[in-house]
Design a protein around this ligand. Structure first.
Ligand code: FE2
Length: 199
């Protein structure tokens, strides 16, 4: 399969995951039915190699999408939002994300962003916040999600975590790596999350 075919296969698995989760289907609606495709340049990062060797557990609902992401990893535009000064060199060695749906492609949408992130075991994603409302779905591994005003929750494959706009939140990967998909809706879809006090 070429890059476009592989990305369409990933999108098809995202649609299947969304259909299997009523809360996710309610959040996403029909927005993934027919987005335009605009190719983006592939970009590799060190964490992608760690993701490809990772054997963190998946669930029946998340296995197919996790496999599709791994098969497609070499043509994805892997990115990082933060600098070494902000999060440290070790964090940058173990973390990477890519957009699947965003205002800038590779599937274009002005009101929905779908991104997938990987964090190696032992990392801590410090407190941050953003304008768009967010629903995470854990694909592989697990992590403890903390958010202002509520008890920390350890989430594994298939579990959903919701963050209202501007709710400060942090993610701890002390016990496992994490591969997760994030769905964003609202204003500021391409803005970089604002890091708060390091937690
Ligand atoms: Fe977030």
């Amino acid at each position: 399969m070429n890059a476009a075919e592989r990305l369409h296969a990933v999108l098809a698995e995202v649609r299947a995951l969304v259909r299997s989760q009523p809360d996710l289907a309610a959040f996403v609606g029909a927005e993934l039915d027919a987005p335009d495709y605009a190719p983006v340049a592939a970009r590799h990062l060190p964490a992608v190699d760690r993701m490809l060797q990772d054997t963190a557990p998946v669930s029946r609902a998340t296995e197919a999408l996790t496999d599709a992401i791994r098969r497609t990893a070499s043509v994805l535009q892997w990115s990082q939002s933060y600098s070494e000064a902000e999060v440290g060199a070790r964090f940058l060695q173990g973390y990477a994300w890519f957009d699947l749906v965003s205002p800038n492609g590779p599937f274009c949408h002005g009101g929905l962003r779908v991104a997938v992130g990987y964090w190696a075991q032992g990392l801590h994603y410090p407190e941050h916040k953003h304008g768009p409302e967010e629903v995470y779905c854990v694909l592989a591994g697990s992590a403890t999600f903390s958010a202002a005003g509520r008890a920390p929750v350890t989430a594994g494959p298939g579990d959903l975590i919701h963050h209202p706009p501007w709710m400060p939140h942090a993610i701890d990967m002390a016990d496992s790596s994490l591969l997760a998909i994030a769905f964003w809706r609202g204003v500021g879809l391409t803005d970089v999350s604002q890091l708060g006090a390091v937690s």
